[in-house]
Design a protein around this ligand. Structure first.
Ligand SMILES: NC(=O)c1ccc[n+]([C@@H]2O[C@H](COP(=O)([O-])OP(=O)(O)OC[C@H]3O[C@@H](n4cnc5c(N)ncnc54)[C@H](OP(=O)(O)O)[C@@H]3O)[C@@H](O)[C@H]2O)c1
Length: 296
């Protein structure tokens, strides 16, 4: 299959592109810079120059392909609302190029905000809207495009890790270095789910090959307590591990305060069943024990 991949130069895209090419798919990858275009071409992918803001280029990439995997997102969290609205427009543009066809559009979202406080399953639609949680613009755009008759799959990601990056935990590590302490909120029993990068790339490929419109959770570990995460960060950086009250958390964590205290365990049962996906990569704590970004 010829697949248009946005975010092909990013953390997950850089693992997904070889996964697809090794399985004999053809990749048309979006690149917004010369550097990105060069590194993408070196993997054997075809390069499609453009950006998330250039909706015509997104449409032309989608129009040339038999399926689309959308991974690009601008992670400047100081402009979270604006970037989430850009994602909405990008998804609507990609979708508009697929209306009237049976070509699959695979969209990426997160697990953290699906159903905080209880186990989230693939059947759960987010209960909030983008008015209160900006990133839900992604889910709303997916619903809008589905309503236009496009076949849409949603892959929800937890903290995706290898030894170089670990989702939002990468930012917790930077914060611990900056503040001189590794912190968790309350008793630290709140959980974040996680998956290894290689398992995540394989899940996207399986979702593409399966071809049905569905919701998937790329979750290998249902919930890792934040206290365990803070402890390995503290141990590796030789920093004290401290508890913050919910009130102190807003000040300590800054923009990460929205997420740090969330209990967001997430099930993968339906995903395993629907895709025959079996995650085998190292766990989050094992990767943090060896992470290069925790070296001092
Ligand atoms: N990693 C995780 O743990 C995690 C967890 C939950 C959800 N997600 C979601 O998964 C998706 C992929 O994440 P990631 O970790 O691979 O992100 P990443 O490493 O930050 O990569 C982002 C990708 O988007 C591209 N991009 C950003 N702004 C763009 C723009 N204006 N125009 C065109 N391309 C643009 C980047 O291109 P450049 O290479 O040119 O910068 C890069 O290819 C995102 O939607 C993210 O929110 C990730």
């Amino acid at each position: 299959m010829r697949v248009f991949v946005t975010g092909a130069t990013g953390f997950i895209g850089s693992a997904l592109v070889p996964e697809l090419i090794n399985a004999r798919h053809k990749v048309l990858g979006l690149a917004r810079s010369e550097t990105g275009a060069k590194s993408l071409a070196a993997t054997g992918a075809e390069v499609h120059r453009g950006s998330l803001e250039d909706l015509e280029r997104l449409k032309s990439g989608a129009a040339k392909s038999e399926a689309v995997i959308h991974l690009a997102f601008n992670h400047d969290f100081s402009k979270f609302k604006e970037n989430s609205e850009n994602d909405r427009r990008a998804i609507e543009a990609l979708g508009s190029a697929l209306v009237g066809s049976d070509r699959l559009l695979i969209i990426t979202s997160g697990t953290l905000l699906v159903a905080p406080g209880r186990l989230a399953t693939e059947e759960d639609a987010p209960s909030a809207t983008s008015d209160s949680i900006p990133r839900l613009a992604t889910d709303e755009a997916a619903a809008a495009v589905t309503a236009r008759g496009v076949r849409v799959s949603m892959v929800r990601l937890p903290q995706i890790h290898d030894q170089n990056k670990q989702g939002l935990i990468t930012f917790l590590i930077d914060l611990a270095r900056e503040k001189g302490v590794s912190a968790f909120v309350g008793d630290g029993e709140n959980r974040w789910s996680a998956a290894h990068l290689s398992d995540t790339a394989r899940l996207y490929r399986l979702a593409l090959e399966k071809g049905s419109a569905s919701r998937y959770h790329a979750v290998a570990e249902e919930g890792v307590p934040m206290r365990d995460i803070a402890e390995v960060i503290g141990r590796r950086l030789r920093l004290p591990v401290v508890a913050k009250s919910p009130v102190q958390a807003a000040e300590h964590f800054g923009w990460l305060g929205l997420f740090a205290g969330l209990d967001a365990p997430t099930s993968n049962a339906l995903t395993r069943e629907r895709l025959g996906w079996d995650p085998v990569g190292p766990g989050l704590i094992a990767d943090l024990e060896r992470a290069h970004n925790l070296e001092i």
